[in-house]
Design a protein around this ligand. Structure first.
Ligand SMILES: Cc1cc2nc3c(=O)[nH]c(=O)nc-3n(C[C@H](O)[C@H](O)[C@H](O)COP(=O)(O)O)c2cc1C
Length: 206
């Protein structure tokens, strides 16, 4: 089993990474492989709503989004990490996720998902809520912890002093490991996967 942890911060080894690393350590202790993917600091294109991905399954911008889509079947679970920018996830990460999920959400179904956020002081729950929206529109079970998944700090050293925040990350890892093992056990004992109806789209037009 393997979990992909996406670090949306421009800082490869900053506060968000420190939180994700704590989750990864907890998963590894359960024998679950992890990979932390840093989305980098280059400009990230946003979704231009061309809908070409509906035909091809890939984004017209052939960048890290398509590279990640190409490997999505290698992962059994997903953790998204973001710094809090003006009480939301950072813009570059949202551009990445909009395109990743618009092109590939059908491949995400059934994979447990969790988000973690890092803030200096405030706005964490608004950012956390926004990230969880990607999972709940994509048939992904959302993994909980014993608090909302946030750490506090402006520098990684400060996050390392946030004992409660780090414990929340380890508890999240416990829950994700448990859920992944339950899903695997269910598969092996023949529990059928959900069968979805053909999609109905109802637009509200007056
Ligand atoms: C543009 C910008 C906006 C920010 N907005 C907030 C905010 O609304 N609330 C907050 O507590 N911290 C805010 N911060 C601080 C970061 O969220 C915080 O330092 C975070 O832990 C950095 O994580 P990183 O090291 O992974 O990038 C902001 C930082 C930047 C650069």
């Amino acid at each position: 089993m393997k979990v992909l942890l996406i670090n949306g911060s421009p800082h490869a080894k900053g506060c968000t990474y420190t939180a994700l690393n704590e989750v990864a350590g907890g998963l590894e202790r359960h024998g679950i492989q992890t990979e932390i993917l840093h989305i980098g600091t280059q400009p990230m294109a946003g979704c231009i709503a061309c809908r070409r991905c509906r035909e091809t399954g890939l984004c017209v911008y052939d960048d890290l989004v398509n590279a990640t889509l190409g490997r999505i079947h290698d992962f059994d679970g997903l953790v998204i990490g973001s710094p809090v920018y003006y009480a939301g996830p950072n813009g570059q990460l949202l551009s990445f996720l909009d395109r990743l999920f618009y092109a590939g959400s059908r491949h995400m179904a059934g994979k447990p998902g969790a988000s973690v956020v890092s803030c200096r002081r405030g706005g964490a729950t608004a950012a956390f809520d926004r990230l969880n929206k990607y999972f709940t529109i994509a048939n992904m079970p959302v993994v909980p912890s014993r608090y909302w998944n946030q750490v506090h700090g402006n520098q990684p050293e400060e996050v390392l002093q946030d004992a409660e925040g780090l414990q929340i990350m380890r508890t999240l890892a416990e829950n994700m490991a448990w859920l992944l093992k339950c899903i695997e056990a269910g598969r092996q004992s023949g529990v059928p996967e959900p069968v979805y109806e053909p999609r109905v789209n109802t637009n509200f037009i007056r």
